[in-house]
Structure formats: C-alpha cells, structure tokens
Design a protein around this ligand. Sequence first.
Ligand SMILES: NC(=O)c1ccc[n+]([C@@H]2O[C@H](COP(=O)([O-])OP(=O)(O)OC[C@H]3O[C@@H](n4cnc5c(N)ncnc54)[C@H](OP(=O)(O)O)[C@@H]3O)[C@@H](O)[C@H]2O)c1
Length: 336
Amino acid sequence: MTTKYPEIPKKTFADYGQMLHGFWPNKPTFTEKDYPEFEGKVIIVTGGNTGVGYETVKSLAGSTKAKIYIFSRNEEKTLKAIKDIELEVAKEYKLKPNPIGFIQTDLSDLTTIKPAVEKFLNKESRLDLIIHNAGVMTPPTGSKSKQGYELQLGTNVLGPFLLQRLLDPIFIKTAKTNPPGVSRIVWVASTAHQVAPKGGIFWEDKNFENIPISSTIRMQIYGQSKAADILLAKAWTRHHPNVKDDVISTSVCPGYLKTELSRHSSWFESFILNRVTWPRRFGAYTELYAAFSPDVKDGDYSISFGVPAHTREDLNSVESGDKLWNWCEKETDPYV
Ligand SMILES: NC(=O)c1ccc[n+]([C@@H]2O[C@H](COP(=O)([O-])OP(=O)(O)OC[C@H]3O[C@@H](n4cnc5c(N)ncnc54)[C@H](OP(=O)(O)O)[C@@H]3O)[C@@H](O)[C@H]2O)c1
C-alpha cells in the first residue's frame, strides 16, 4: 500500500505576498486610542497568561473599562501574570484596572471545559467578546490531547469549539442587547494555514498517525489546526442564523512574534525565528483590531498589525467548513 500524503493547494502570488507581509508588517494604526470604553461589558481571552494573550489582556485592561477573564491552564503562572499586568498597566497607562479574573481550563482536555464555563456563569450574566487566543505549535511528534486527538487538533480546534459552544447561550443573549457588530468572536489562526491540507483538514488521517513525520509535515499539522480556526470563524454565524446580523465572527494571524510559541522548536528553528519576529506586543494590536475595528466584518481575516487580508481560497468553501463543524459537534457532544 502506498502512503497517502496530504494535498497542499498551490499558492497564488497574493498568498506568497501575504506570507512575506509578516516579515515587513504594517505599523499598527488602530490602537488603544481607538478602542471603545466597553464599560460594563465582559471579555474572555484564552491563554492570556503569556505571549500575545498577555499583551492583549494588558492593552484591554489599560484602555477599556471592561471586565476581563483569562481562561488558561496553569494557575500559578496566570496569577503571577495578572499581578504583572496590573503593575504594568499602572505604570504604562497610569490607572488601576478592574480586577482581572482567572478561570482554569485545559483546552487539551475536553472534560475541563464545562466546569470552567459553569464557574464563569456563576460570576457573570453577560459576555460581549471572546478571543480564542490560546494555542500550541509543533509539539513533539505523537503528542495527543487527553481524549487522544493529535495535540494541536485537540487544543487549537476542539477545545475552543467546545468552549465557544458552551458559551454560546450567554454570548447570544448578550449579543441581542448590543448594537450590531459589538459582540465578536476572534479566532486566532495563523499564516501557517497556507501550508494546511486542501480543504483545511486531512480527513483521511486527521491525527497524522499513518505517515512519516518530517519537519514539513509538522508544519502542515499545525497549519491544519489553524486552517480549522479560520473555517470555524467563517462557519459560526452560518450556524447561528438568529444572530447573524448582530455578531461578528472573525479570524486573524496576529503576526510573526517573539513568544513562547516556539517552545517546541529546535534550537536552530528558534535561532532563526528570534531574528525574524516582532515584539509580542504588536500581536495584540492585530487581535484587538479584529475585536473592535468598524472595518472588520463577519468572516473577515486580518493580519499584522491590524490590516484586512485574505485566506487561502479553498478555506472559503462552505462544504469544508460545515464538514468540520459537524465533526466538531459530534466529537464534543459527550462534553456538553
Ligand atoms: N507567535 C507567533 O508568531 C504566532 C503567529 C501566528 C499565530 N500565532 C497564534 O497566536 C496565539 C497565541 O500564541 P503565542 O504566540 O502568544 O504563544 P505562547 O506564548 O506559547 O502562548 C500560548 C498560550 O496558549 C496557552 N495554551 C497552550 N496550550 C493550552 C491548553 N492546553 N489549555 C489552555 N491554554 C493553553 C498557553 O498556556 P501556558 O502558558 O500554560 O502554556 C499560553 O497562554 C496562538 O493561537 C498561536 O497559534 C502566533
């Protein structure tokens, strides 16, 4: 039997242009001065304890009056991050932010997500903005989520899908009270979606268990999970037609940034990455452009550091999006 490898669609010149854009990004122009006050509103940022998520939380805490919750897995690391954010906000923005909440959840273990949402629902009666920022890239070959999915598929796709699914009722209820376009879901994807299998997912072997794993395939597996985030962003409103004019579901590549994302990269990869990446703070500007800019519409994709962009053409397929959506629903049914 011959090994079946994923088919990676040919890229257009525009696709290549966009991949290069990450090295020479636009200066952020939509920044703190442009964000809404968001007084009385509630925001969730997953993975807000480090990297881009940390900067996103800091920027929100320094420039809005919203109540912010970090959903993350490591209590000690997150409580320290919250203390640091509060100190940095006091120094940089000259104010004392609202207390930042912490809700523990491990996105790679579907059983931890419902208890986290229940904890959140005990504290809050509205939810205006969710930034699905947490993610993992190229972990050691064979790494699995608690339920046995390839780790990036589990953490970057199924975990956020279930979290969003469980938050949908409070989010939709809130969206109906907000002016159109205020309630948003930001799915943090990546330019790495360009190396994803055709249609996003390698359905023949989505856990990549039956082919030899080279460094190219490792990036394709990460790319698969990030293409899936884009498909979910485009699919969410289609699957919630009752609020399709109220909610914006959108995806971003935050930029090429110096964060802990390369923690599983080789010494050589990290050496190169360190030379071509930007301070993590800039990534927050991309995420918050998607969260707040009036120029962003439902289904849009944005890149560094807050400009409109396009995704690979095959990811506009409704059929591909719905196939993934239905699979995610089926897999997460037992955890709802
Ligand atoms: N950095 C870049 O150049 C770049 C480029 C394109 C896209 N992105 C995307 O940007 C997002 C943020 O990444 P980053 O660069 O800021 O990386 P990072 O510094 O490694 O931060 C990733 C965050 O995700 C959290 N996380 C990982 N696995 C988790 C799990 N199982 N459950 C809950 N939280 C988990 C991490 O928590 P711990 O601290 O506990 O590990 C951390 O808070 C990711 O979605 C990434 O794919 C980044």
